[in-house]
Every structure is written in C-alpha cells, then in structure tokens.
Design a protein around this ligand. Structure first.
Ligand SMILES: *Cc1c(COP(=O)(O)O)cnc(C)c1O
Length: 379
C-alpha cells in the first residue's frame, strides 16, 4: 500500500525547534514565558500594522470562543445565533454556558452565514435575549462581513468571529479576525499553521484580553496566597508550544500561497469535469487562504458519480478526503433546535467534499490523487 495522503497535516518551517529549545534552555516550561508573549505579539502584528489588536494565546480555539462568550456574560436563558454549517468547536462553548443556539443557514455565495436568514432570525427573536452572533469563515472563505456586521450593529448585538480556519484570509483587504468584538483562531494540528494544539482570542479591547488572560489562568486575584473571586479556567497556552507558533508565524504567508496553489491545481484538473464546482470567492472583496479545497459534486450532471463515490474510491487508495461539515441542527445532540433558513447548508453537506489540501502535498501526491479521480470520471 502506498503512503497515506492526509487531508491536512502539520507543515513545519524549520525554526520552530529553536524557539522550543529556548524554552528548554531557560526552563520556561510553563503556561507563561517569552514565547507566549512573543507569539501573541506576532499574531497582533500580523492582523494590524498599528498596535490596535491584542491577543491571548490559549490551549485551543474552542477555549477562545468559550472565554469570549463568558466575558460577554452569556448564560442560561440567553440566545446565541451562529451558522449551522460549522464544526462543533463553534457550538460546544455556547452549550457549556447553557445558552440556547439559533442556527442560521448558509448563503450560496460563500457557504457561510446567510445575512438574509440572520436578519429574518433577529426579527423573529426581536424581544428575546440574543446576546451574540458568531459567523464562521469556513475553509478559509470570509463570510459576508459587511452585511452581517451592519445587521448585527443595527440590533446592537456583538459579533464573535470564528476565524479558526481563516488566518491569512481577508475581506475587503481587512484580515479575517479583525471584524468582531472578539475573534478566535485555532492552531490545531490540521489548521493552516499549528502549535500541535492551541488557539488565540483577539480583540481591539485590551481590557477584554487582559480579562481573558486572568480567566484562563484560574482567575487568580492579586494576593500572595491563592485568592479567587470568580470561576476561572486552565486555558493558557504553554510556553513550549508557543515556541512552535513563533516559528509557524514566520511561514504563514508562504502557507497561504501554497494552499491557494493547491486550490488552483484542483481547479485546473476539474476544469472540464461537468458537475464539479468549487467554493468560490464571490468577487475581489474576498480573499480565502483556501485552508481546505472544497468541491460540490452534482450526481445529476456527473452521470451518477457522487461525492461518496469520490471519497470512498480515494479512501481505497489510501487518500483521505472528508464530507463537508454536517449542519449542527442535524446533529443528534442538537435535535429539536431552531434552524432559520431554506436548507442550503443541508445541500452542501449532501454533495460536498474536502480534498487533500496540505501545504506539504508533493507533486507525486497530486499525481496519485488525480489518477484516482480521472479513473472515476472515465467510466
Ligand atoms: C478548529 C475549529 C475550531 C476549534 O478549534 P480547536 O483549536 O480545535 O479547539 C472552531 N471552529 C472551527 C470552525 C474550527 O475549524
């Protein structure tokens, strides 16, 4: 059997180990230290040349979203609106706090939160305690932040941006992760850059980020003994893994180019395949890091070939691909929850597939993938 080709794997630049060694040499093997501070600065600087963004490095993107919701004091009885078409990392933290989720459909253009469905939902929930809106930039594609933000602003509801998949993406030239009151990034092993596991909470509001750092270190009040006036979390990033992050930030722009190149390669390959379409940048306002290349397969046009035909055939050849996110309102755990929209995200799930998209895929890997897919479309 040939080597496994994975959907997305870590891709180190080379300098990560130096920062990790620094941590070892100076005995900064703790959830604090110079790598944590510098990694936070690197992220803030990447998002804005001005020093107007602040970053708290955390153990995961899920933890970042949890803290954002917690800082907004969201609790049992409150409502949070988010797109149904996402990963459970978006929704779990809402449920940790006992808040109700209203799931919003996707728009066709970006596959992300549909502004019209959001507006409709807000009208329906006009006199209800809707406390936050969480758009997600799936597979790196920016959501329609102009419209989402203007709708959210008109209702005075804060936005928490789930930018876990969109580090390096921009909308109207502005980086994803700079539109919300809070934004969350993930450095899980499969993301565009990784710290093995990790995340970051970003905000323009420095006091919010200071508060996040406090909550993420067990909410220790200032005192010689352990003193607590609030319930905290053990969510702070370790100085060891922050060293990996510092090295990864040095190659982030390169990784974006490589992922976008992958996307281009797939587009060229499928150019003449009727019934295969892509998640597209709707216009020049949108710049996706194309973290994952995602396609839709229409069996009515392909002569019966489905995304499952492609997925299972790739799998037989030791090549990993994955159906698009299963909408959260269809998940057993959210059975009976509210969904607003016409079901675009259900169709995306039915027909969509993520293709191997790692920035470290070789020419030979692509040859193997293309050979398998060519064979499917030949018959
Ligand atoms: C990865 C991811 C998260 C969660 O990040 P973790 O670091 O894995 O906790 C949240 N939302 C989306 C859309 C993600 O892809």
């Amino acid at each position: 059997m040939k080597n496994k080709i994975w959907l997305s794997t870590p891709h180190l630049g080379g300098t990560e180990i130096d920062y990790v060694n620094d941590a070892f040499e100076n005995n900064w093997i703790a959830p604090l230290g110079p790598n944590v501070n510098e990694f936070e600065k690197d992220i803030s600087a990447f998002l804005s040349e001005k020093t107007d963004f602040h970053t708290a490095a955390l153990i995961s993107g899920t933890a970042a979203l949890h803290l954002a919701l917690r800082i907004l004091n969201i609790q049992n009885g409150d409502i949070v609106m988010t797109q149904s078409f996402t990963f459970c990392g978006t929704t779990n933290p809402i449920s940790y706090l006992g808040a109700e989720i209203v799931f919003i459909d996707s728009e066709i253009a970006t596959w992300n939160m549909c502004p019209a469905a959001l507006e409709h939902a807000l009208k329906l929930y006009k006199n209800k305690p809707v406390k936050a809106i969480i758009p997600v930039h799936l597979y790196g594609m920016p959501a329609n932040m102009n419209e989402i933000k203007s709708i959210a602003d008109s209702y005075g509801i804060p936005i928490i941006e789930d930018a876990a998949e969109a580090l390096g993406s921009t909308y109207k030239g502005q980086p994803c992760g700079t539109f919300g009151l809070f934004s969350a990034f993930s450095f899980n092993g499969n993301k565009i850059i990784t710290t093995s596991g990790g995340g970051a909470l970003v905000s323009k509001d420095k006091s919010h980020i200071n508060y996040a750092r406090y909550l993420s270190t067990q909410a220790r009040d200032e005192a010689p003994h352990y003193q607590h006036s609030q319930i905290g979390y053990n969510y702070r990033m370790s100085n060891v893994v922050a060293g990996i992050g510092r090295g990864q930030m040095e190659v982030l722009n390169l990784r974006v180019n490589q992922r976008r190149n992958n996307n281009l390669r797939y587009r060229k390959f499928f150019e003449n395949s009727e019934g295969v379409s892509f998640q597209n940048e709707p216009n020049s306002d949108y710049f996706s890091n194309y973290w994952l290349t995602a396609i839709l397969v229409d069996p009515k046009v392909t002569g019966g070939i489905t995304r499952e035909t492609i997925r299972t055939t790739l799998d037989k050849n030791n090549i990993e691909s994955r159906p698009l996110w299963k909408p959260m309102h269809l998940q057993p755990v959210y059975k009976g929850s509210k969904f607003i929209g016409s079901g675009n995200c259900e169709k995306l799930f039915d027909n969509g597939l993520c293709l191997p998209s790692g920035s470290n895929l070789s020419d030979n890997d692509f040859l193997r993938i293309f050979e398998v897919v060519k064979e499917i479309f030949k018959n």
